[in-house]
Design a protein around this ligand. Sequence first.
Ligand code: DON
Length: 577
Amino acid sequence: MPADSILKYIFAFCLVLSLSTAATSARAESGFSSGDTTKPAPSRNGMVVSEEKIATLVGLSVLKEGGNAVDAAVAMGFALAVTYPRAGNLGGGGFMLVHLGETGRTVAIDYREKAPLKATRSMFLDENGNVDIERSRHSVYSCGVPGTVAGLSLALEKYGTMPLEKVIAPAIKLAEEGFSVSAELRKSLLEAKERMKKSSEGMDVFFENNGEPPREGRILRQKNLAWSLKEISKNGSGAFYRGAIAKKITDYMKKEGGLITERDLASYEALIRKPVTGSYRGYSIHSMPPPSSGGVHLIQMLNILERYPLSRYGHNSARYIHILSETMKLAYADRSKHLGDPDFSPVPTEQLISKQYAKRLTNRINPQKATPSKYVKPGSPIPVGGTDTTHFTVADRFGNVVSNTYTLNFAYGSGLAVPGTGILLNNEMDDFSAKTGTPNAYGLIGGEKNSVAPGKRMLSSMTPTIVLKDEELFLATGSPGGSRIITSVLQVILNVIDHKMSIREAVAAPRVHHQWLPDILYVEKDAGKELGTKLQKKGYEVKRTGPIGSTQSVTRVNGVFHGAADSRHPGRLAQGY
Ligand code: DON
């Protein structure tokens, strides 16, 4: 047996071993009541947190094998494409923030999808000039050129220590041999069934002959996805962008009249960008720069909030939420005008995250009363929930930290899968502003800077974030949730820094969300009715809502890692060693 195959064999064996030992604790975790957060033992060597148990265990086994946080994160990125197909992906895109223990540097990897070169500004407008949401969300035109395979490969090549074939091996095994279907997976497939019906590949992979998703406990095998993963294992990301997988994607696009061509795939590149950085009460904040809006507005909001004695107001008091909501409105109003792909038009990042600008904005906040959002568009709904993207966080004993959010946009993306590959395609094109002033699926309004253009990256809210204290990890977090991602991340940070909560408490505490338009303050149901009444008196239209975000976080206190997987999501697992 050649040396590399032996290595692969040993690795697969170790994985199975650690999966079965850890499965015991995974089972124990699932016994927690909803409303509880998983309780991993604090640990010194490393911590892995994700929305899906098997993926957490894959990451953990890589760390135990001597891999670093990037090796573990890349293994998880591939594994989630198998075990968490609603958001884990090869056919989507995302952002990874990496803090390097050795140099103290933090880098941002942008593997966001791009508009195909044949995309046009008006491609989502019907003959009357109205946005055709069927086209932008559910058709073959909704698919951006995928970035995930390029992004994970780049991260590993630059900052990992293990070969690609080693970190991808667990995903191949899971796809080939299958894994047990959870109640949550079955439920999400039932919900997505109507949208997936038009894809024969999707139906073949995820539904049985009677058109039903597999029952809980059945083994789900994904042979075609295993083939795709093996191609990537053998030939690197080239397999996806120029090789056998590229051929299947472009054949599918030609057959369906889609826009993604050989040239789109061959020219796709993941990029290393400089994170946006700021400070908050003595901590340094590192987050995702444009084409995500997440980092810019997170720092902008922290800058405003730093000017208020929040801890004195008390966590989730009416006064506290009033200041939070007014701050959120200001940030999301700016988002609609100033943010887009910086490679296409300049984004005034430095101005938006400056302390002086925050001071000016603070003057616009009435301390007593809600200021109505100016350009209210009645009836622009934003969907409840938010687990159609996924975030995971890994920290290792070498001081490295990875905070990664990636997505297909909706659950199972466009619902379309490429025949022969098991790969689901994203519907990220809906994140562009199809028409100025018309909200996207998350109720977000955008302008010129986020209009569709060939080769452009659509604006995102994904906010993978790392907070450092004295140049070492203090907190790393991120979340799914569309427009609610930025405000979820914000509140975890405030809960830990201002309200002195443990990471578990910080994650579990009820959240609120305001995004300027629609002019509605969303308050999680657990927050209590009385609070809603007080906020209504301050002039808010308050809507009680289901879960806001699903944050996956790690803190490090006195050299010890603490992990918190969000109790809002059933399949989660935080585990250290
Ligand atoms: O990039 C974005 O901002 C969106 N495509 C994220 C979508 C998302 O979080 C869906 N999950 N609820």
